[in-house]
Structures are given as structure tokens and as C-alpha cells.
Design a protein around this ligand. Structure first.
Ligand code: DHK
Length: 146
């Protein structure tokens, strides 16, 4: 592995950011998220590779692929947060620090959003800061890596 790298993974419906329930998720787009993460990471000498998928298996594959390719992962598993044993096991299977991020304050929403299958196996979780949470996730991840 040459250059320091962060994988940014976004799950289902996050391609709809900007038009999707703006009262909950804000008006920033996925493009804005990728730009914010890239700019924040670059300041600390990290490159970013960003992926979004509406399919659980794609996210599993990218988590696996990150090992050997990246130093850490920032993931918003979106709805799979609350359901996916497969994503949790994928996170457990790699030795990289993984930061989980949610745009909304999931704890102030429906009860089914209060549980994260992934949280116990991540290095940390950021919740409820809007898309600025992605910047906080980069800073937190880099702090853990240094
Ligand atoms: C995004 C989603 O799509 C929801 O399914 C989660 C999360 C919350 C977020 O706040 O980023 O429950």
C-alpha cells in the first residue's frame, strides 16, 4: 500500500441525498459528501475512494476489498445498519478501523433505528450532525490511525 487511503462507503438511498426527505437528511447531495470527505482527508495526506450502493452484497465486497487497499473505512450503512448481520460480520472480518456515520439523529427517530448491528464492531460512531458528520468521521478516523 503506497499512499494513505480511506474508503468512504454509503448504503441504500444515499444516492438520493439532496432530494430525499430534506427535513431529515438536509439538502446536501452525495457529491457534496464525497467532496467534503475528500477535502478533509487530503489536508491530512489521505486519498479517498468513494462507493455507494443500494445492494448489501456490494457493501460487503467493498469492506473486504478495503483490507490491503485502505487504512480505514467510513461507512454510512443507511437502512442496513439496523438489519445486516452480513455487514457486521464483514466489518469484524477486516483488521481496519471502521467509523459508522449517520446524518440524522437515529436515536430521536423510530425505535427500529435505535439499534445498530454494526456499532459494537466499529471503532466509533457519529450520529446527528448532518452531512458535517462525515467531516467529523474523517477527523476521528485519522486521529485513531495516528
Ligand atoms: C440513513 C438512512 O437511510 C436510514 O435508513 C438510517 C441514516 C439513518 C442516516 O441518518 O444517515 O436509519
Amino acid at each position: 500500500m503506497e499512499k494513505k487511503k480511506i474508503y468512504l462507503l454509503n448504503g441504500p438511498n444515499l444516492n438520493r441525498l439532496g432530494v430525499r426527505e430534506p427535513g431529515t437528511y438536509g439538502t446536501g447531495t452525495l457529491e457534496d459528501v464525497v467532496r467534503l470527505v475528500t477535502e478533509t482527508a487530503q489536508k491530512a495526506g489521505f486519498e479517498v475512494e468513494a462507493y455507494q450502493s443500494n445492494h448489501e452484497g456490494d457493501l460487503v465486497d467493498w469492506i473486504h476489498q478495503a483490507e490491503g487497499m485502505a487504512d480505514g473505512i467510513i461507512i454510512n450503512p443507511a437502512a442496513y445498519t439496523h438489519t445486516s448481520v452480513a455487514l457486521r460480520d464483514a466489518v469484524s472480518s477486516v483488521s481496519l478501523p471502521v467509523i459508522e456515520i449517520h446524518i440524522s439523529n437515529v436515536h430521536a427517530r423510530e425505535a427500529f433505528r435505535h439499534t445498530s448491528m454494526l456499532a459494537p464492531v466499529t471503532a466509533g460512531q457519529i450520529v446527528g450532525f448532518g452531512i458535517d458528520g462525515y467531516r467529523l468521521a474523517v477527523e476521528g478516523l485519522i486521529q485513531k490511525l495516528n
